[in-house]
Ligand binder design. Structure first.
Ligand code: KG4
Ligand code: ZN
Length: 343
């Protein structure tokens, strides 16, 4: 039995979790800072770092208590080392080092994006190969060929905004609260986009010239902006019905864009399994469309429950366990880096 404590602090969630054998989540605590960043409609790095500092120790203590595990019983401490806000990453890394040093436990630095990929098969059967993986979060949107938990190849990426970033920016344009993904999903609830598609009023799915496996969200964001602020006209005040309509049309176009690049990757790699992860994979429309395209082709879909899609420390502990079992252990010299990740 392997017990690993995972610590995650790369952006605006302070998280700690205890996982047994890389699969069984004994506890998973996520202290979200969304309320602190909401007035600014985006993550403010300075606020994020301060908040991580305030809650990191109680979050870790709660994770250990909920799992009914003492620090002495742990086999290793896994911590996010990249990518993310450097000050935020350092808070988690320093806490992990202190625990590792005091309790004389091995420390394992984990790549946040690789952990999102790991989460996809954490609670499902193993992937069938060839497998492709879609990661759509606030900072990244990319497609990978998934070889194993620690081996994957980047096969498509975004030329501009990440999908989650586009949801956040469009929500701000529509006057909807941060984080934008859940508020756009909520505003769009119950809106049928078919009549708008028939009337050709909908947003076109973005076209990307670099590769059918790449993404681009900035044109779609501009299209929404022009509906609200026409280039040579006055800013329109939207009523609730118009806001809901724009939210639904944006969500539809963004999801169809993610789906069409995923389908192109399925065809190109003759995939037998499709993995998905990242905060945007919480979106119900995206989940339903992924299920549809996989059912149609008889493919295995590895779609984590929403709590394992958005930022969490169970995925860090999970991948940390796989790395620990294959001897990938770091020293206390481990450092954090803002960039990089799963490529
Ligand atoms: O993976 P994540 O929790 O953090 C990063 O690593 O970035 O992803 C957060 C992103 C945010 O941009 C948020 O708006 C988006 O995921 N998101 C969603 C939904 N829930 C979260 N986007 C669309 N629909 C959702 N239901
Ligand atoms: Zn993430």
């Amino acid at each position: 039995m392997t017990l690993v404590l995972g610590i995650e602090s790369s952006c605006d969630e302070t998280a700690a979790a205890v996982v047994r054998d890389g699969k069984l989540v004994l506890s998973s605590i996520v202290a979200s800072q969304a309320d602190l960043h909401a007035p600014f409609r985006g993550v403010v790095p300075e606020i994020a770092c301060r908040s991580h500092l305030e809650v990191i120790i109680p979050t870790i203590e709660t994770a250990l208590r909920d799992a009914n595990v003492s620090a002495n019983e742990l086999d290793a401490i896994a911590v996010t080392k990249k990518p993310g806000l450097i000050g935020a990453l350092l808070v988690g890394l320093t806490a992990a080092k202190a625990i590792a040093w005091y309790y004389k436990k091995p420390i394992i630095g984990v790549d946040h994006l690789a952990a999102h990929l790991y989460a996809a098969t954490m609670e499902t059967e193993p992937a069938r190969h060839p497998a492709i993986a879609l990661v759509a979060s606030g900072g990244h949107t990319a497609l990978y060929q998934f070889i194993s938990a620690s081996e994957f190849e980047l096969i498509g990426s975004t030329n501009d905004d990440a999908a989650g970033e586009a949801f956040d920016k469009v929500a701000a344009l529509l006057g909807l609260p941060y984080p934008g993904g859940p508020s756009i999903e909520k505003a769009a609830e119950g809106v049928d986009v078919k009549p708008f598609i028939r009337a050709n009023e909908h947003f076109q799915k973005p076209r990307v010239s670099s590769s059918p496996l790449d993404f681009s969200f900035s044109g779609l964001k501009t299209a929404v902006r022009y509906k609200i602020m026409p280039p040579h006209g006055e800013r329109r005040i939207l009523d609730l019905t118009e806001t809901a309509k724009l939210a639904a049309m944006f969500q539809h176009a963004a999801v169809e864009h993610l789906i069409s690049s995923t389908e192109a990757a399925i065809e190109k790699y003759s995939a037998k399994s499709v993995l998905a992860g990242g905060g945007v994979a919480c979106n119900k429309l995206l989940r339903a469309r992924l299920a549809e395209i996989c059912n149609k082709r008889n493919l295995l879909l590895h779609l984590p429950r929403p709590a394992l899609c958005s930022d969490n420390a169970a995925m860090i502990a999970g991948l940390g366990t796989a790395l620990y079992n294959s001897g990938n252990i770091d020293s206390l010299e481990l450092t954090a880096t803002a960039s990089g990740g799963a490529s």
